[in-house]
Write a protein that binds this ligand. Structure first.
Ligand SMILES: NC(=O)c1ccc[n+]([C@@H]2O[C@H](COP(=O)([O-])OP(=O)(O)OC[C@H]3O[C@@H](n4cnc5c(N)ncnc54)[C@H](OP(=O)(O)O)[C@@H]3O)[C@@H](O)[C@H]2O)c1
Length: 271
């Protein structure tokens, strides 16, 4: 078992982002293997990153110290069961990025007794700007945590979650979160157009405003409330808009939306 070798089971969008991030951070491509049934994806991964590709899981997974399970949730059970004999002998660190599949399910499908890190990345991971929640089961040691964190950091920021039940809240906040921003963008653009702006102009202004505001949030070190108050002069235009939002209970809407997503995540995980 080579602890530095990582086998990706599934070479789709998310695996590609992680592999690209790892190679860009200096990880030797020779230590990365990918199992992917689609030949065109295998060829592209080998050509773009110099990684070894396989069409069957067993070849790649044997001897690799870390397995990254990067297939769709629907096929995860079958994929894990096919790998169970190798997991029993190799005892790799298993990192799953599948939404809604618990560490306990993965452990059970792999035969039990496995070190499993369940992660929840989001779509900006595809650009290296992701936010990923990580949960480790009791079999994962300090070195395993470090390895999983280094892996997921290749796609953005990471946060450890102490209790797996909170992964549904992570899914609701950061997993689904980009869609809330996209919804806000849609609504702001439509509202700008309703006020007479040309669609292209409204789109450009909204896009740059969201980007600029997100950069202020992450780069100034100030919290959101402080930044909001700073642009809200008494009696001004921003105050008129904020009062309208607050009067329509914007915070309650967001609270309820995230609670609904958390509940749905819990239901989906329960099967
Ligand atoms: N994309 C995101 O933003 C995002 C965010 C959070 C979590 N995730 C999770 O990440 C996982 C992967 O998502 P993705 O967007 O990367 O999906 P994807 O692009 O569909 O990648 C999955 C790849 O795995 C391949 N595959 C299927 N069965 C396989 C097997 N038995 N052995 C090896 N490879 C197999 C698929 O091939 P076929 O097409 O032939 O089936 C596909 O190319 C999912 O579980 C998803 O829940 C994704």
């Amino acid at each position: 078992m080579d602890k530095d070798t990582i086998a990706f089971i599934g070479g789709g969008n998310m695996a590609r982002s992680l592999i690209g991030g790892l190679v860009a951070r200096g990880r030797a491509p020779g230590a990365l293997r990918v199992v992917e049934p689609v030949e065109a994806l295998r060829t592209a991964l080998a050509a773009d990153f110099g990684v070894a590709t396989f069409d069957a899981a067993t070849g790649a997974a044997a001897g690799a110290g870390t397995w990254v399970l990067a297939v769709k949730p629907q096929v995860m059970k079958a994929v894990c069961e096919s790998l169970a004999p190798l997991a029993a002998t190799g005892r790799p660190l298993v990192v799953s990025i599948a939404a809604g599949i618990t560490a306990g399910q993965i452990d059970q499908w792999l035969g039990g007794g496995q070190a499993v890190v369940r992660t929840m990345p989001n779509t900006p991971s595809l650009l290296g700007a992701g936010a990923t929640g990580l949960f480790a089961n009791e079999r994962v040691d300090a070195a395993g945590r470090e390895a999983a964190e280094a892996l997921m950091s290749a796609a953005g920021l990471t946060a450890w979650i102490p209790d797996e039940a909170l992964m549904d809240a992570v899914t609701a906040v950061s997993g689904s979160g980009p869609a809330y921003v996209f919804l806000l963008a849609e609504a702001m653009q439509a509202a700008g157009e309703a006020q007479g702006l040309a669609p292209d102009t409204a789109r450009t202004l909204v896009l740059q405003t969201l980007l600029g505001a997100a950069r202020m949030l992450s780069e100034t070190g100030e919290d959101a409330a402080t930044l909001r108050k700073r642009v809200t002069s008494p009696g001004g235009t921003t105050q008129a808009a904020i009062e309208s939002f607050e009067g329509n209970d914007f915070r309650r809407l967001v609270h309820e939306a995230i609670a609904a997503a958390t509940r749905r995540g819990r239901e989906l995980s329960a099967g």
